[in-house]
Write a protein that binds this ligand. Structure first.
Ligand code: 13P
Ligand code: SF4
Length: 404
């Protein structure tokens, strides 16, 4: 997780005075791109003319360029995007809903995907070759996806072949992975899952095989396996790709129903049970809801667990009161703003660094740039998955869409 974001007190004035300064101590308000401390690492090639523009001017320019494109353009926004991006999203959702949206928008020539690289790749795979999917900032990646390097996964599969019958092992990749890994699972009888359908996909996998290799997020894999009645202690094992046979003995590999790739999300790994205890001490009636990328003890201690979409619905449909949330701050903050008038207060369990640093790289300057380029007849930052990868990754993604 980068620490490039400016620590300062964040919106405590919008919370009732009895709440701790817990919304998030990181300032996520948009400032001109040139002032972002680590901006040169993100994507130096954005034209200089965009660097000094403030949020108001960027807003006007995005709106104008977008109006010129009309129905030809669809903008999709993941829930973790900042407000200044979300206001332009024709559709906002978690990674599953956005994949569905992309698959259903055959009418649009251009899809600007305000999210991270693996999501834009999935959108490209699910759209036609005539449609262009654009990621405003090509440096908006995902540290978790990077933890499963394709060559490591292929090598691990080969190693597994030496100790188990891999025709009975179903590889499942979380959406948060490279397109080549989605193609790998497609070719090997597996499927993609997201945090909103991991239960169903894992159950599907066990109808087809005896074991699952789940990557890259060990926490989602473990939490999901546990919900399906699989004992995390005796029936799962963590596969470390840097060690021979994942650092496991052959018997352990054979006895494990789910092999969990040693990967994690740098945002959700930060949530801890003591944060939940503190929230409950201070707000005895608070409801705690967390994302399944959080570690198992956090998920166990929470009142509810689910994808970003689930968390939103949990708060929207819940009674008035205090909600302590274990997920990314942009979503938490927006949710608080949305439901505050209903007597609900929503705050983030992690008071210090809770934005997703790579989602944050989709600064409105990039959205203005790619939209104005489109309006001028030029496509920049297109995400294009090559044909063979696309074919098999589509198989894995379509299996996922069919399972739910
Ligand atoms: P969902 O969108 O599936 O909730 O996943 C959250 C996430 O970490 C996206 O990267
Ligand atoms: Fe990746 Fe975590 Fe950011 Fe999602 S929140 S994009 S999993 S680093």
């Amino acid at each position: 997780m980068s620490t490039t974001l400016v620590p300062t007190s964040y919106v405590p004035e919008r919370l009732p005075p009895n709440l701790p300064n817990e919304a998030c101590e990181t300032d996520i308000a948009t400032i001109p791109l040139v002032a972002e401390p680590h901006r040169p690492d993100w994507q130096p090639e954005i034209p200089d003319a965009y660097l000094d523009l403030g949020p108001d001017e960027l807003r006007e320019r995005i709106a104008e360029a977008r109006a010129r494109l009309g129905e030809r353009l669809v903008i999709l926004g993941h829930h973790y995007q900042r407000d200044d991006i979300i206001e332009f999203a024709d559709f906002r959702g978690d990674s599953f809903k956005l994949a569905q949206q992309a698959a259903n928008r055959g009418d649009a020539d251009f899809i600007i995907f305000c999210g991270v690289h693996f999501m834009a790749e999935s959108a490209d795979i699910l759209t036609t070759p005539q449609q262009a999917v654009i990621l405003p900032n090509l440096a908006a990646g995902c540290s978790m996806a990077d933890m499963a390097q394709p060559d490591d996964v292929y090598a691990s599969w080969d190693e597994l072949t030496e100790v188990v019958d891999t025709s009975r092992v179903v590889p499942i990749t979380y959406m948060n992975s490279a397109a080549s890994l989605k193609a790998f699972v497609g070719r090997n009888g597996g499927a993609v899952c997201t945090s909103s359908n991991a239960d169903a996909v894992l159950a599907w996998a066990f109808e087809r095989g005896d074991q699952v290799l789940f990557f890259p997020d060990q926490h989602l894999g473990r939490n999901t396996a546990k919900r399906l009645g699989i004992d995390p202690r005796s029936e799962t094992a963590v596969w470390n790709p840097n060690k021979a046979l994942g650092g496991l003995r052959a018997e352990r590999v054979r006895d494990s129903r789910v092999l969990l790739w040693q990967g994690h999300c740098s945002v959700h790994i930060r949530f801890r049970t003591d944060q939940i205890e503190r929230a409950r001490e201070q707000h005895p009636d608070c409801r705690v809801v967390v994302h399944p990328e959080c570690p198992e003890p956090v998920v166990d201690a929470a009142d509810a667990v689910g994808s970003t979409e689930f968390i939103i619905n949990y708060v929207r449909n819940g009674p008035p009161g205090v909600y302590a949330v274990g997920t990314e701050i942009n979503l938490v903050h927006r949710l608080h703003e949305e439901v505050a008038h209903e007597g609900k207060t929503v705050f983030c369990l992690d008071p210090v660094i809770c934005p997703c640093a790579t989602m944050y790289r989709v600064h409105p300057a990039y959205l203005a740039w790619v939209t104005e380029e489109l309006a001028a007849g030029r496509v920049v930052n297109r995400i294009s998955v090559e044909d063979e990868t696309r074919r098999w990754a589509r198989v894995a993604l379509e299996r996922m869409l069919e399972i739910v």
